[in-house]
Design a protein around this ligand. Structure first.
Ligand SMILES: *[C@@H]1O[C@H](CO)[C@@H](O)[C@H](O)[C@H]1NC(C)=O
Ligand SMILES: *[C@@H]1O[C@H](CO)[C@@H](O)[C@H](O)[C@H]1NC(C)=O
Ligand SMILES: *[C@@H]1O[C@H](CO)[C@@H](O)[C@H](O)[C@H]1NC(C)=O
Ligand SMILES: *[C@@H]1O[C@H](CO)[C@@H](O)[C@H](O)[C@H]1NC(C)=O
Ligand SMILES: *[C@@H]1O[C@H](CO)[C@@H](O)[C@H](O)[C@H]1NC(C)=O
Ligand SMILES: *[C@@H]1O[C@H](CO)[C@@H](O)[C@H](O)[C@H]1NC(C)=O
Length: 669
């Protein structure tokens, strides 16, 4: 579950950041090396001492340029370039006659064009609610002929929740997902867990919203008050039960119940809910994994305190919030947001279009081969470390670690690597019918429904592992220009946005940049797999018996104490910052390196310095791109990584008294 949350949060951070920015200089008129070198050099503040303040030395000028609004963090640059390309692909579709019926291109174009041209009235919350009712034969209370005539007794909150779940609203009142089985990654299962809720803002905002969706002015305020009260009560209840949920989560031994058992315990009729969501009969012997049973047990009691029309309105507002947070739902068809709508709601199509219309298969193959080559070097570097066995692990444990490491892969793009991408994507969107009438809500709901169906299809083994790794997440927008790690596949997914300068160019880019930029990122993701949380997962991504509770291993505890000696907001992240730099550095300069270590002719900056300066570029702007959640400031993070790199002082000729040249360097692995 953590991994899913992780992706969603990374994205929330990313979204919107690029909006309103100007495009940075494109690497068109220079070679990749000159471009990156320039990128590095103009961020350097040579008035700082590298031995005292490496972060300032390497990136100190960044702020100044940032104020002139023409430079961004690396991921920002990547998104902007990617969007430009995808935009031009979409623009070309405009003039295309779609000869092949039902082609992916036509569907994408319809969605995009509907987003661009649909009248504002078709984007209003009210319109969405006209298209999606609370139940098959039940409208929303405010649409009833008279509100008092709305048939309270016909309303069933779980059934309504199921109706809305079909469009992807998966995180309200109950969180139901289809996820890989931790113990057998070839299978998926259904989990029912306590949601992560965001509280309603305040009564006035909800009241205004209610009025725009057709609630009588006189009723809006009192209803909004009740909704906020219900919301607070549910929020409080999730907070009370968080601890229990977290405990369950940590050892991957979540309770499995049949629906009969669950109904017995909680009073919730999940059979009907799941039947509606999955669109097929489901009986009481169906098994689900449950996290937070106490929460589920208390739900009915809370909801029963409120009238049905209040609960219905509550779900309705939740649904509106869910929809309005999606790209494209703005009042006008802003091309940038419409592009994002395509990119994030039809992400498989986005990948295919970028591949076929811009990259072309041959270039994709070249990129993929390069990514694999860099990743192999990173793996080899960590393997060397494991063999030295600094943590004094048993032979069986070292063997388990190596097995996991060697089996680890990197997947380029979100489509399965061995499948024919066009066929795969065409099949994926089979059944998506978008009509040519420009009604945005209608189109978006169709797209969301299809996408959600595909997420749920995973339960029935819809995607064969033989075609390569593929996984679809409930959260919208997992397209993310930083790689992410997916334990069930023991793989790192490298978003297709990353396949360009400065991270990776096909032509002429020096290995020193490839390893310091792409290699370092891959090393970070690799190290995530070797944090205590993920260590018990084996090479096939199955939770096993070995290496559990690694956080309590004495040698690991000692190693962490060294890094914990100076304060940190996130020790786990510091471990990754430090270890990944060592791994990437050794991959390039270590004894088993296959990389060319001659001084390149495009710069006088010594190769080893260049490597570290280039890595430092990940820590400018905002290193939150590297992962999610709480972290130390960029300067603290980078300086920690640097001061624990054994070779640093030598590379920059630092005296023994220098801040970044402590006598005792911390070593974890
Ligand atoms: C490179 O990009 C710049 C700025 O976008 C543009 O002015 C210039 O003409 C481009 N050069 C080439 C060779 O395309
Ligand atoms: C909805 O109404 C139709 C027609 O009256 C009926 O056939 C159907 O069973 C009803 N569905 C539900 C869920 O009550
Ligand atoms: C929710 O919790 C807060 C803080 O503990 C409390 O003040 C409030 O009364 C609670 N609200 C409800 C509706 O339970
Ligand atoms: C439900 O609970 C009752 C009483 O606690 C018990 O007798 C019955 O076997 C339970 N049924 C299931 C399916 O667990
Ligand atoms: C319940 O469903 C399962 C699988 O769908 C099926 O094998 C089983 O026979 C069903 N049981 C009953 C009592 O219908
Ligand atoms: C790290 O240090 C803090 C206090 O500075 C302490 O609370 C925490 O338990 C330490 N963590 C580990 C894993 O040693």
């Amino acid at each position: 579950m953590k991994r899913i949350v992780q992706i969603c949060c990374q994205l929330l951070l990313l979204l919107g950041l690029a909006a309103g920015s100007r495009i940075p200089r494109a690497p068109n008129d220079t070679t990749a090396n000159d471009w990156i070198l320039d990128y590095v050099e103009r961020h350097m503040d040579k008035s700082a001492s590298p031995c005292e303040e490496f972060h300032r030395y390497a990136t100190g000028k960044f702020k100044g340029e940032d104020e002139q609004d023409d430079i961004y963090s690396i991921p920002d640059t990547m998104i902007l370039h990617f969007n430009e390309r995808l935009q031009s692909v979409l623009d070309q579709l405009k003039d295309q006659a779609f000869t092949e019926a039902n082609s992916v291109e036509e569907k994408v174009w319809r969605y995009y064009n509907t987003c661009l041209t649909a009248p504002e009235s078709t984007r209003s919350p009210r319109h969405y609610l006209e298209l999606v009712s609370s139940d098959e034969n039940l409208t929303w209370p405010q649409f009833a002929h008279r509100r008092s005539k709305w048939p309270q007794e016909e309303f069933n909150w779980l059934q309504t929740l199921a109706q809305l779940r079909r469009y992807g609203m998966e995180n309200s009142i109950i969180r139901m997902n289809v996820v890989p089985d931790a113990k057998d990654s070839t299978k998926f299962l259904v989990t029912v867990i306590t949601p992560e809720v965001e509280k309603f803002l305040n009564v006035d905002i909800i009241s205004d919203l209610l009025i725009t969706i057709g609630v009588d002015r006189s009723q809006a305020q009192p209803l909004a008050s009740k909704l906020v009260q219900l919301d607070t009560e549910l929020y409080n209840f999730t907070a009370e039960n968080k601890e229990e949920a977290r405990l369950d989560e940590d050892d991957f031994t979540n309770a499995v119940y049949t629906l009969d058992e669950l109904q017995n315990r909680t009073g919730l009729h999940l059979e009907k809910y799941l039947e509606i969501v999955f669109g097929r009969p489901i009986n009481g012997s169906f098994e689900v994994e449950v996290l937070g049973t106490k929460y589920l047990e208390g739900l009915e009691e809370i909801l029963q305190k409120y009238d049905s029309d209040v609960v219905a309105s509550y779900l309705m507002v939740k649904f509106v919030h869910f929809l309005m947070a999606l790209d494209g739902s703005e009042p006008d068809g802003d091309p940038g947001r419409c592009l994002d709508a395509v990119r994030f709601h039809m992400e498989q199509a986005g990948d295919l279009l970028y591949e076929d219309h811009y990259l072309k298969p041959e270039k994709l193959q070249k990129y993929t081969a390069e990514v694999q080559r860099i990743f192999e070097a990173i793996k080899q570097s960590f393997k060397d470390k494991l063999e030295k066995n600094h943590l004094h692990l048993s032979p069986a444990e070292v063997a388990a670690l190596k097995e996991k490491l060697l089996a680890m892969t990197v997947t380029v793009g979100i489509l399965p690597s061995k499948a024919n991408h066009r066929r795969f994507v065409t099949d994926f969107y089979q059944g998506l019918e978008l009509d040519s009438k420009p009604d945005f809500a209608k189109a978006q709901l169709e797209v969301l429904k299809l996408r959600t169906r595909r997420v749920l299809d995973q339960l029935n083994g819809a995607y064969s592992k033989d075609e390569g790794f593929f996984q679809l997440y409930d959260e919208i927008s997992n397209n993310n220009p930083v790689p992410w790690f997916e334990v069930s596949g023991n793989t790192i997914i490298l978003a297709i946005e990353m396949l360009r300068e400065p991270v990776l160019a096909t032509k002429g880019q020096h290995d020193v940049f490839k390893v310091s930029l792409l290699g370092y990122l891959l090393a970070r993701k690799l190290m995530e797999n070797f944090t205590p949380y993920f260590l018990p997962f084996d090479g096939k991504g199955n939770y096993g018996e070995v290496l559990r509770s690694f956080e309590n291993y004495p040698s690991y505890v000692d190693a962490l104490a060294c890094l914990n000696a100076t304060q940190t907001k996130n020790l786990a992240k510091r471990v990754i910052d430090v270890v990944s730099l060592g791994i990437a550095y050794d991959a390039y300069f270590g004894e088993n390196s296959q990389f060319d270590q001659k001084q390149p002719d495009f710069t006088e900056v010594p190769l080893k310095q260049l490597f570290l300066l280039s890595v430092a570029q990940w820590f400018l702007g905002d290193a939150k791109y590297l992962d999610y959640g709480v972290a130390d400031q960029d300067d603290v993070r980078l300086n920690q990584a640097i001061r624990n790199l054994p070779y640093f002082a030598e590379i920059f000729n630092c005296p023994t008294s220098a801040v970044l040249n402590p006598t005792d360097k911390c070593q974890v692995w």
